[in-house]
Design a protein around this ligand. Structure first.
Ligand code: FES
Length: 253
């Protein structure tokens, strides 16, 4: 479904992460599910797949990193945008789960809506890894739910002592070994290489991965999001998959 909307705020969260709130003009009959995404149309600039970072009262929130012309324009508040969605299956049955959410870079975007949607029906701890210390922002400022327990920050450049030094997967490996029984589900969201590693680290755990791929139509027609060599389509079958479902895809470079 296509919605038009007006950007009501763009907030700079850190050196290159931003959050924007978009007021949708049409009433949405069914709220999105966590991990669903939209195709965001920036007039005359770009059409980009974006995770639903939050949604309430017809306000859609997107968290993004500036990467190209489209996101650069979005950071400067282009005023009016188009929103196509909601795409993907998302997830709706996580009640009572004890979740460890492991995010790399902008893979952290679906977290606020995940916690809003399930509110106090889940408990969730978070590992968020980023490359440079100046990309950090305080996740507790964008999460409205009390279901979030511990938040661990990990920076690859190792210059700020507040953060664990290394990659998100390093810390994940360490704490999953030490506190294996604390969680009954792991959800990982971020670059393909990170997701492949998370799936390898402990094969006994229930692990889901939130994939990114080239999305064009979002409807299962064009085939641009096929997860080769499987026949699964990210836009229709995902973007959240169990490690087993996408093992072959993750093993390809
Ligand atoms: S984006 Fe076209 S089939 Fe998935």
């Amino acid at each position: 479904m296509f919605f038009s909307g007006k950007i009501i705020e763009v907030t700079k969260l850190s050196s290159d992460y931003y959050k924007t709130d978009i007021k949708l003009f049409e009433k949405i009959s069914q709220s999105p599910k966590p991990f669903q995404f939209v195709m965001l149309w920036i007039p005359r600039k770009d059409l980009m797949p974006m995770s639903v970072a939050d949604y309430h009262d017809d306000i859609l929130t997107i968290i993004f990193k500036v990467r190209g012309e489209g996101t650069k324009t979005l950071a400067q508040n282009p005023g009016f945008v188009g929103v196509n969605g909601f795409y993907g299956k998302g997830i709706k049955d996580l009640y009572e789960r004890k979740i460890l959410f492991v995010a790399g870079g902008s893979g952290v975007a679906p977290l606020p809506y995940l916690t809003r949607y399930f509110r106090d029906k889940i408990s969730i701890d978070v590992i968020w890894g980023f490359r440079y210390h100046h990309q950090y922002f305080d996740l507790s400022n964008i999460i409205s739910s009390r279901s979030v327990g511990e938040i661990f920050y990990v920076a690859e450049d190792c210059v700020d002592k507040r953060f664990y030094c290394g990659k998100a997967t390093d810390l994940y490996q360490k704490i999953i070994k030490r506190e294996r029984d604390k969680w009954d589900l792991v959800i990982a969201s971020g670059p393909k290489e990170m997701l492949a590693k998370i799936c390898e680290i402990n094969r006994e755990l229930d692990v889901y991965v939130n994939l990114e791929n080239h999305v064009k139509c979002g409807l299962g027609f064009c085939g641009s999001c096929v997860l080769k060599p499987t026949s699964k389509l990210l836009c229709v079958d995902g973007p959240l998959f169990s490690c087993d479902e996408v093992a072959e895809y993750l093993s390809q470079n």
